[in-house]
Design a protein. Structure first.
Ligand code: GLY
Ligand code: MN
Ligand code: MN
Length: 504
């Protein structure tokens, strides 16, 4: 697809010219982000994993997957659990954890002349052994034979990974029924619990890495904001976002969601051109190429620099519910209660705006709020954007808790009691989704609670394009006494957003 040029050459120049918007200095932000320097506590993590295991475990990093022909591959991204235990794991590597011996063996591809010719020479095995601080390094080409020797007849467990070839190999070696796309077959339950216990509670080195990425994510958001003018294409803005990530030594942690059709929750399509009156929704986060940790942030702004009166009310309401939910974060709070609290704030505001009718508690109980807020408040975050989502509700709805079956709250991705070190998102939103607002079943169910005529007016706005949607998302960590907002430096006050929008 052709990428639209920016509307004027002065717009182009302004990307490189230092200028200040409030406290935010563009020139400073174009310096490279602080690089990943210090080694994280990988050896300590492996030690804790070994101590929690009651039998040997084989982990697969996953390898290169083809885009169209075998030699043309997607960028490599190791499995998140493997990334948790090893620094910059090589494609195709694997690791054998033996708790009885207290040893970790790393398996790497053999070094060949052809590989050195095409891809560059690799560290010899003994150098990797010293750097990774493992007990042995062996050739992954002989993985089956090595695991047979190392396991000494004991049952070996493994985990499915996104690379189906690596998963098939682990299946054949362990005899387990592994399937990455089925949370009940990602691995044996007790093993998932051990991994989740380690990964869900972020240590200081992990928090430092998440914080290090925030200036990169902020640069991406502010560049998209400042370049949002009528006539600019979403694709051009998406390019600015991805460029900011690349300059910061990062990649997009997930398909960037950038659209004036923000009511499509995971909208990866960038084919619209911005028009006066549109609201741009950007949900994008940087992922470190060094470690795999990531941010997940959503901001919204009006094309042309000023929200409509309705847009202003909606933005203020979403922000109010977000800030209120964040302020309520502390150890012991049940995440589902935070979700319901945000639903209540939104319901109250929607009553004020004439979109809902009734008592806010009753509206939330019946699920009427979900006509406008149809998703959950957030999810765990870390090495996966939805951290450990592949392990299923076993991890995120523990102790016999189950998902609601009610539309809206059924999409709540976690129902954990918060503990210090837990990192997660808070991301309420309000949307005008034609498929919901014109659905006869919803219209019947919430006949007296939703002002359908008023909702129709939002679908008719912007010359019939509709209002779209607003979501505000930050990454937070539960601390011993409350909360730290990791992404607090990314502008979200309405006045600041409005002054940044289109200001380049
Ligand atoms: N970026 C996807 C999400 O917010 O869950
Ligand atoms: Mn999110
Ligand atoms: Mn997001």
């Amino acid at each position: 697809m052709a990428v639209m040029p920016p509307p004027t050459s002065s717009t182009q120049k302004s990307v490189l010219r230092p200028f200040t918007v409030g406290w935010f200095t563009r020139g400073q932000d174009l310096k490279p982000a602080p690089r990943y320097k210090r080694r994280m506590n990988f050896a300590e993590r492996r030690k804790r994993f070994l101590a929690a295991l009651d039998g040997p475990v084989l982990l697969m990093a996953g390898g290169l997957l083809s885009r169209n022909y075998p030699a043309n591959t997607f960028p490599y991204r190791a499995d998140s659990t493997f990334l948790y235990f090893f620094e910059r794991p090589e494609p195709g590597s694997a690791a054998f954890f033996d708790p009885a011996a207290g040893q970790v063996t790393l398996f790497l591809p053999e070094r060949t002349v052809a590989d050195a010719l095409w891809h560059g020479s690799m560290e010899p095995f003994d150098a990797v052994k010293a750097r990774q601080q493992v007990d042995a390094v062996l050739a992954v080409e002989q993985l089956e034979a090595h695991v047979a020797t190392l396991s000494r007849g004991r049952k070996v467990r493994s985990l499915a990974v996104a690379d189906w070839k690596a998963t098939s190999r682990a299946k054949a070696i362990t005899g387990e029924e592994l399937d990455f796309d089925d949370a009940t077959k990602v691995g044996q339950g007790a093993l998932l619990d051990v991994v989740a216990k380690l990964r869900l509670h972020k240590a200081e080195d992990e928090l430092a890495e998440l914080r290090r990425l925030v200036p990169v994510t902020r640069e991406a958001h502010v560049l998209a904001m400042t370049h949002s003018k009528p006539g600019v294409s979403e694709q051009f803005l998406a390019g600015l976002v991805e460029g900011a990530f690349a300059r910061g030594g990062c990649t997009a942690a997930y398909g960037t969601i950038l659209s004036v059709r923000g009511e499509v929750l995971h909208n990866h399509d960038h084919r619209n051109t911005l028009q006066q009156g549109d609201v741009v929704l950007l949900d994008a986060g940087a992922e470190s190429l060094d470690t795999g940790y990531c941010n997940d942030v959503t901001r919204d702004w009006p094309v042309g620099g000023a929200f409509s009166p309705e847009g202003r009310d909606l933005y203020d309401l979403v922000l109010q519910s977000e800030v209120d939910a964040i302020a309520a974060v502390k150890p012991g709070v049940r995440y589902r209660d935070l979700h319901l609290r945000a639903c209540r704030v939104l319901a109250e505001g929607l009553v004020r705006m004439g979109l809902l009718v009734g008592d806010p508690d009753g509206l939330v109980q019946s699920g009427a709020h979900a006509v406008f807020f149809p998703h959950g408040l957030g999810h765990q975050l870390g090495l996966d954007v939805h951290d450990l989502e592949a392990f299923g509700d076993r991890i995120h709805y523990p102790g016999g808790r189950t998902r609601s079956t009610q539309f809206g709250t059924q999409y709540l991705r976690m129902d954990l009691d918060l503990v210090p070190g837990m990192v997660f998102t808070i991301e309420p939103g309000l949307y005008f989704v034609p498929a919901i607002l014109r659905n006869p079943e919803f219209r019947e169910r919430f006949k007296t609670q939703v002002k359908w005529d008023r909702a129709e007016q939002f679908l008719a706005m912007n010359g019939g394009r509709g209002f779209g949607g607003i979501r505000i998302e930050d990454d937070v960590v539960c601390t011993a006494t409350g909360v730290e907002v990791l992404t607090a430096s990314i502008p979200k006050a309405r006045a600041e957003i409005e002054s940044l929008a289109g200001s380049a």
